[in-house]
Design a protein around this ligand. Structure first.
Ligand SMILES: [Zn+2]
Length: 317
């Protein structure tokens, strides 16, 4: 596993610790984190069912189409065709508005609108086609399915395009669905075994480590996050600074260096420099002098004086 990927994992962990529990994309962040923690899809139901596919399956394909990078959760590779699987772990009632191109989810009486997954896979397909052409492989048909991992989700559709309805399937349906789907291609090989091997090797070799600006990715600004020094025991944010330590007013734990966790989160989510004022705003420390002492202990700084001084955090490498 690439180092950059574990950086994405660290960033997501920091983000989840500080984003509101009501944030509409929280579930998506947690899903992504879960997948990264498992290393790949290995543990998921979808992966289990993909074993029925008569070809190769590859998780987390990240390539560059010559203009920009793109990522595909799962790609099924056969001599006849390629199949993109976009796995969604959404719970609740899912309503695909095929005309308005939206996915509306209702859960616990709350309505949320997501990007139309068909738009997402259409772009993935376009970029993959570009990459295949640029890489010198013969053109091959590419199909895509939206896979709903949670078998308790309920699905409704609105719109005229019936072919799209057929492209949304539950993970459980993958074995029968893929087997039936592939029967349409019997004897219509486009690629040879050598193509398969080479393609498989190339997507591995050209894997683009993810430049994971998770804040940008989920459209979150610094002010939306809950700051405060996290308690190492109960994880609650907002330890209070006492003379020479941090105190958790919730569980009574004390810590000498709990602010390092906050600085680490700042480095991962905001950037590797911080000013005295920013540090005070995040930690709730009132005194400029106390903040300066703590920052001097763990950061280096440029020599500019007073307010303009920026401290460099080097806690994540
Ligand atoms: Zn505590």
């Amino acid at each position: 596993m690439s180092r950059e990927k574990s950086l994405e994992l660290l960033k997501l962990e920091s983000l989840l610790n500080r984003v509101s529990t009501h944030h509409p994309l929280r579930e998506e962040m947690a899903n992504r984190l879960g997948r990264l923690s498992a290393g790949h899809f290995g543990e998921s139901t979808a992966e289990h069912y993909m074993k029925y596919f008569p070809g190769i399956s590859r998780q987390d394909v990240r390539l560059h189409d010559g203009i920009q990078p793109f990522q595909i959760d799962t790609l099924l590779i056969s001599k006849e065709c390629l199949v993109i699987l976009e796995v969604k772990n959404y719970k609740g009632e899912l309503h695909f508005d095929l005309d308005q191109r939206k996915l509306i989810r209702t859960i616990d009486g709350k309505i949320e609108i997501f990007q139309d997954p068909f738009i997402q896979v259409a772009l993935q397909k376009f970029q993959l086609q570009r990459w295949i052409k640029r890489s010198g492989f013969p053109s091959i048909p590419i199909y895509s399915f939206i896979v709903i991992a949670n078998s308790n989700a309920s699905l409704t559709f609105q719109g005229e395009d019936l072919s799209k309805r057929k492209r949304v399937i539950f993970a459980k349906q993958l074995p029968t669905h893929l087997t039936k789907f592939m029967e349409n291609f019997k004897g219509k090989n486009v690629w040879t075994d050598d193509h398969l091997d080479e393609f498989s090797a190339r997507i591995k070799a050209e894997y683009i480590p993810y430049d994971s600006d998770v804040m940008k990715q989920y459209g979150i600004s610094k002010d939306e996050l809950n700051w405060g020094v996290p308690c190492p025991s109960c994880r609650l944010l907002g330890m209070v600074r006492r003379r020479d330590h941090w105190l958790c007013e919730s569980c009574g734990s004390k810590s000498k260096d709990a602010h390092l966790h906050l600085l680490k989160d700042h480095q991962l989510l905001i950037g590797d420099t911080i000013t005295n004022a920013e540090f005070r705003a995040s930690t709730g420390i009132g005194s400029v002098k106390v903040a300066r002492t703590l920052l001097n202990q763990c950061c280096t700084h440029n020599n500019r004086h007073s307010k303009a001084r920026k401290y460099t955090i080097d806690l994540v490498r």
